[in-house]
Design a protein around this ligand. Sequence first.
Ligand code: ZN
Length: 480
Amino acid sequence: MSSLKKEFVPTQTEMMAWTKEIFNQGIRRPGYPADIKIEKWVEEKFKAIGLHNITLNPVKVKKWEANDAKLKIWRIDKPNQILDIPCFPIPYTEPVDNLEAELCLDSEDVLRSGALIVSELKLLKFPVRTLKAMSGIDRFYDPKNEFEDLEQIVPFDYKMQKFLEQLSSKNPGEIAGFIGILSGYPWETDKYYVPYDAVQRNIPGVYVSPNNGKRILEFIKNSTVKANLSYKATISETTSHNISGCLYGASDEWVVIGTHHDGPWNSAVEDASGMALVLAQAKYWSQIPENQRPFNILFLMNCAHMAGARGAFSFVEQHKEFLEKAVVGIHLEHVARDVKTENGKLIPLDDPTVRWWFVSRILPLEEIVEDAIIKENLERSILLPPDGFPPGRDSPPTDGGFYHLEGIPFISFLTAPPYLFDPADTLDKIHQESYEAITRAVIRMIDSLRGYTVNELRSLVLSKKERYKIRKNELKSIKK
Ligand SMILES: [Zn+2]
């Protein structure tokens, strides 16, 4: 029998009201006024819910600000026809004042010294069935049988990441700067807030939109092209805060439920929606009597995800001893709506973006997650391993990744819609009809963990090989 008390689950209306309040504060980059306001807001909400030991832990972060970006280009054979191209400075790059340089395509064999390198970028696109195969985890919930034909576009471009690393490592004198054309982006934008690792890059760089990029490429086709680039930018040290509060339960051990409170823009999905999920858990569990809560629960909203995940790192550094008593870490991010594009515009659809559930290699934990997903009919859900996705990673690409690196059993919910780092991440992109179901599913997961201890759950962690062997036999016997 489930102990889920449906009447205590906050409603979709209440969760959307929180989401709107967060969204309406403004751009929540680390150290920006809106993010500072939201820290206070979270503290007030935690107080109103009745959490104990509410703490704001300071974290040093690098705040990046840029403005006044101007890009002019002209053909050297027609120097009087100057194009003004709108552009967006790449986060944490070097400001520049009236840099005049020739443009050079990154496809050319030799990158010209002193040139502005022009690179066409596209977002990574793959069929969901490859994700299913790659994951090695044979658990997913796809009741409408969509995964066979469904494609996902995720907001990452590995070519650019690699290129930027290469450029940053070079002598800045060799290459003057970088122009990233968002050619393969299915909508018209240049506001791509990536990379957000807060690593200072010693060259300037800007993004331009697909259509404006076409104008530049057209010029390059016909002549040698020169550009003049300017923008102001500063990186300053500032202080953000990880905010936590707790509820006590019937065990000495802990569950941590967290997300991050900053974002690249007003960012509804990233991550006002995750904050609404964490607040909903706090509000639900506050209404359950202490002796019926299976564990103590720490609610955590960490800072600076958009500045190298400093908040999450700092939390681990400061709480090693505490985390030894954590049965499971649950990280909740991004309740996203799927979109299509028409004529360079994003159009929200009825369906949710494919839901990724990263889970430790612990079979009973996988079963608990899968069972809750099915009970709450969370279609388009797929369980993913704690490492190896995206390829080459040793932990999930979320602030929940640190649980895995610290050997703590974890569940990390994430979606990665293409608009995640763009101002197009507005309230209409929230898949609000999932809010209550995801909340109930997470409550079910915690209820199902009742009786497990830290030692027991950690002793059940399997290697990739071990898991494969056991699961193969399990599936065989199910088929018989
Ligand atoms: Zn996020």
